[in-house]
Design a protein around this ligand. Structure first.
Ligand code: ADP
Ligand code: MG
Length: 701
């Protein structure tokens, strides 16, 4: 493999353990033991003035006494002593370090230890795993730096796990033998090196089949997005367990690690963009990782499942529905063949209960049935759902069904236990490692299937080439927005039009004469709106009158509106009737402007049926967002209304996202509500754009 920036940290030629110790159950002893247990092939230098030797190795009094400058220093000293030894390492120009302690001292003056260390490490350009972590295991290259008791991690693994939570790493890799890692990193609070850099490293490893990320927050959001993009380009699946989904949990991210927390919806948008599959809890996370490691890739089609119980078969139908997992509708040919092999009382249907009378042929029947189902052209993946034998044993016969079926269908297959259990059977591990994973819990498994299918579909996406906005238009609006001003409706709609986002072009007027002239130019029926500066919800104040029929009515309405809201008004044509949608932009503290798409109108804030997407995106992406909306059926036409032209909305959203991307730096907020989507087309009829003065962000003003 090629050289990587993180080599001195993750693939060092020599390692010093400062504070290496003989005292049992200390970081200094575990780090020393683990490095050797992992089979480290480089030079190991224990450093501790109290010993002459440690194990078989000479022990040094200080870093300065080592025969060479080590690539990596693992610090295993108390926080009170850490700063001093770090200074020594920096003076020697050591390129990389691992810090596992919390870096908290009592009665520490500002800037506190953690900040001081961070500053020093960053100034020195040192790579750092930690602090407040559990080191890392580069299993493939035999570098284990964890300062805690550790299971055996046999090479070769094909899963990379990168975790902000130390327990989130060790709790999986130390306890779940089905999952084998090539690299596991407890990134801690990332005082220097961040998750995206480890991810980048993992993507360069030839054996990495899937990467799991346990994410508190992306401390380098741009790098994070770039690394996910690289994973997508290399077609290496990423599974994320992102905590801080709710506002209360996000607050903990900030207080726990002092890091910024972006809106969860933005992470969703980012994950959606790069095909990252999200797990909801640690069990699901682990299951997804095992399934991607052993079952990915899957082909076209749905899931076929084999059971030995009718009730469990029904339960699977319910659970698959909840999980959004399609079950294969078997072809006529498959059904006929199935009928030939099943006991006559068993219906040939997927999911299939193929166990009726038992007897000497039962196993053969199960094997044949599974094979036939998996050979169906509509089957992507097979599963055998079973209950374990006494003491949690796996029936060897079930493993043989799977092997035959996979050999004859060339499709992946798994064995899933219907319930959890504490039973032990080595076959669970050996079969999984042989590519026939044995998993626990049907719902969790189905989440894994959903993710496998979603990732398969992600890889089939072909984003269309997006058009480039006119350079002069971009420059003009960049200048205009840079002041941080809020643009009125008239100008906001003009901006949309300039970027090819179809919008009304209202006429401005400010006295009866100009209103009447504008009415004549626009034609009737028309819409009269107040243009009073700073008025946000115009219709709440009687500031929008739709469908004015003629000049007389226009004069009357203008007089009324003027008496309440002032002279300035806009006059525009009436849009065709349709469903009111919304397009918006909000600025995320981490990811910048994010586009909001959803159901709009005056009730938009109440119904809150919106999706987030990172700009720019194509119409197909907008379409996927629309398909996820709760009120999606409204667009099919209700109560006699014709179906809305969803494609026109998606094209408009594409244009909008291109605009947002082009004006990324100077946009603070945009609200286009509504975009009226008729059976014919889509038209933005109201807009509000807020510019962004970047000096304000920096607090200079
Ligand atoms: P505000 O959001 O400030 O209250 P809008 O301009 O969005 O004002 O108008 C409120 C409502 O009036 C819209 O949700 C839409 O139903 C209707 N409306 C506004 N402009 C038009 C138009 N040009 N054609 C048809 N209906 C319109
Ligand atoms: Mg509006």
């Amino acid at each position: 493999m090629n050289k990587h920036r993180l080599d001195p940290l993750l693939r060092p030629r020599s390692v010093a353990i400062v504070g290496a110790s003989k005292r049992v159950d200390t970081v200094g002893s575990w780090a020393f033991i683990n490095l050797q247990k992992g089979g480290y092939k480089g030079r190991i230098y224990p450093v501790n003035p109290r010993y002459k030797t440690l194990g078989d190795l000479p022990c040094f009094a200080s870093l300065a006494e080592l025969p060479e400058v080590p690539d990596l220093v693992v610090f295993a000293v108390s926080d009170a002593r850490l700063e001093g030894v770090l200074d020594e390492a920096i003076a020697l120009q050591v390129p990389a370090a691992v810090i596992q302690s919390t870096l908290v001292l009592d009665d520490d003056p500002e800037p506190v230890l953690r900040e001081r260390i961070q500053q020093k490490i960053q100034n020195a350009g040192m790579l750092l795993c930690g602090g407040n972590g559990m080191g890392f295991y580069n299993v493939r290259d035999h570098v284990w730096t964890c300062g805690f008791d550790s299971a055996d991690h046999a090479a070769p693994g094909n899963v990379t796990l990168i975790s902000h939570s130390g327990a989130g790493m060790s709790g999986i890799i130390d306890c779940e033998e089905r999952l084998r890692v090539n690299l596991a990193v407890s990134a801690g609070n990332e005082l220097a090196t961040t998750m995206d850099e480890y991810l980048d490293f993992a993507l360069e490893l030839p054996e990495t089949r899937v990467v799991g990320l346990f994410v508190e927050t992306a401390r380098n959001p741009e790098g994070f997005a770039a690394a996910l993009r690289k994973a997508a380009q290399r077609r290496i699946p990423v599974v994320a367990l992102k905590v801080g989904r709710t506002a209360a949990a996000a607050k903990l991210t900030v207080s726990h690690s002092g890091a910024m927390a972006g809106d969860d919806a933005c992470y969703e948008a980012l994950f959606d963009r790069y095909g990252v599959q999200r797990a909801r809890d640690q069990d699901e996370f682990t299951t997804l990782l095992i399934m991607f490691a052993e079952l990915h890739p899957v082909g076209a089609g749905g899931l076929v499942s084999l059971h030995d119980s009718g009730g469990e078969r029904q339960l699977l139908v319910d659970l698959a529905h909840d999980a959004g997992v399609p079950l294969t509708k078997l072809s006529g040919t498959t059904l006929e063949k199935l009928e030939d092999v099943l006991d006559p009382e068993l219906p040939a249907v997927n999911p299939l209960d193929a166990w009726s009378r038992g007897g000497p042929d039962a196993s053969q029947m199960m094997t044949n049935a599974l094979t036939l189902m998996m050979q169906d052209p509509g089957a992507a993946l097979g599963v055998v759902v079973h209950n374990r034998a006494p003491y949690g044993k796996i029936y060897a016969s079930y493993l043989s069904y799977m092997q035959r079926a996979r050999a004859d269908s060339a499709k992946p297959v798994a064995l899933v236990s219907a319930t959890q259990g504490s039973g032990q059977d080595d076959a669970v591990v050996t079969s999984t490692h042989a590519g026939f994973p044995v998993l626990d819990g049907v719902s969790r498994f189905l989440q894994g299937v959903r993710a496998l299918f979603a990732y398969r579909d992600f890889l089939l996406r072909e984003p269309s080439e997006l058009c480039k906005p006119d350079v002069a238009v971009v420059r003009h609006w960049q200048e205009r927005l840079r002041s941080g001003e809020t643009l009125g409706e008239h100008e906001s709609l003009q901006m949309l039009t300039d970027f090819g986002v179809t919008a009304t072009s209202p006429l401005a007027a400010n006295d009866e004469e100009s209103v009447v002239a504008a009415g004549a130019e626009c034609g009737y029926p028309l819409v009269l709106k107040t243009a009073r500066a700073g008025l946000v919800h115009k219709s709440d104040h009687g500031g929008v009158i739709v469908g004015i029929a003629d000049e007389e009515q226009l004069r009357q309405m203008y007089a009324l509106m003027r008496s309440r809201l002032g002279d300035d008004v806009l006059i525009s044509t009436v849009a065709d009737a349709g469903v009111e949608m919304i397009l918006g932009v909000k600025r995320d503290p981490q990811f910048g402007p994010v586009v909001i798409l959803g159901f709009g109108g005056v009730l938009a804030e109440t119904i809150k049926d919106v999706q987030f997407a990172l700009p720019p995106f194509d119409a197909a992406h907008a379409r996927r967002c629309v398909e996820r909306m709760k009120f999606r059926p409204l667009l099919d036409g209700t109560r006699g209304a014709p179906p809305a032209n969803i494609d026109s909305f998606c094209r408009l959203a594409e244009r909008f996202s291109i605009m947002v991307h082009a004006l990324e730096e100077v946009l603070s907020e945009v609200d286009v509500n509504p975009v009226i989507v008729s059976d014919n087309d889509s038209l933005a009829v109201d807009a509000l754009v807020v510019g962004r003065d970047r000096r304000e962000d920096r607090g200079a003003n």
